[in-house]
Write a protein that binds this ligand. Sequence first.
Ligand code: NAP
Length: 279
Amino acid sequence: MAGKILVLGATGNVGKPLVGELLAKGEQVKAASRSGKAAGRAEGVRFDFTDETTFAPALDGVDRAYVLAPTGTLDVLGTVLPFVRLAAERKVKIVFQSVSGADANDDIPYRQIEIFIERSGTPYVILRPNWFTDNFEIFWLQGIKHGVISVPAGEGKSAFIDVRDIAASAAAALTTDKFDGQAFNLTGPEALSYGDAAEILSQASGRAIAYKPATDGEFVSTLVSAGVPKAYAEFLAAIFHPVREGWTASVSNAVQTLTGKAPRSVETYARDYAGVFAA
Ligand SMILES: NC(=O)c1ccc[n+]([C@@H]2O[C@H](COP(=O)([O-])OP(=O)(O)OC[C@H]3O[C@@H](n4cnc5c(N)ncnc54)[C@H](OP(=O)(O)O)[C@@H]3O)[C@@H](O)[C@H]2O)c1
């Protein structure tokens, strides 16, 4: 594979460590962001899903692309499909970051993107991550600073995955063809409830952090008062339904298969970022 790798969302949670992984493997990387700024040794390129004139220049010289919808995207299909269509026309290999459970129903927008890619004839790998462990500092940090994680998860468990393991899995999928044509459910090593996670974060940080299950209504109003748009807060509440039902508790060996290494536990994550939660 002689071309460059385009990484969408290169300034984001997965994109940033992914760019690092790919550079360490000696790949030539185009790091896409709306600013177009370079990312370390990676070339920067301006890319905006809402501006189709940025698509073709981003794909110049590229034979592989990591594709994800930014957090907060409500119309995932309408946002991602026009770019995916162009990449597939150019026979660029697509590694698509979908979501855990997307394959439950063909009407799910993430599944519709997967189906489009599968039928397009371009090489592809689909990655379906479970809930990110890093959400504890992405979405739930404000509550944690007040000693509480309050989400509508009930006692449901999730096989939380560290974004560093998503990035390593993505790097593997992008740099070999041996996983082409496959989909992987990316999980951490075990399923934990939010109560379990709160205990682990308490131990690592030395602060008491409790889990208080919220109703959907309580959860949405907390997020809205923290500035999250209501429609996205409602979407987040809705995706806790599968957690309460126990559908996010399955553990896979996909990270081991893709990277040759076991995924990081929530304990490891909590130790590595203890300072963030201690403050
Ligand atoms: N969080 C979870 O637990 C979880 C679990 C499973 C799957 N997922 C999926 O993972 C994806 C999010 O991944 P992530 O957290 O790595 O992404 P992210 O950090 O939320 O976003 C990545 C980047 O997208 C860029 N961006 C924002 N608007 C854009 C636009 N209009 N056009 C192009 N780029 C834009 C931003 O960079 P610039 O501002 O620099 O452009 C941002 O840094 C979502 O599809 C989500 O459904 C999340």
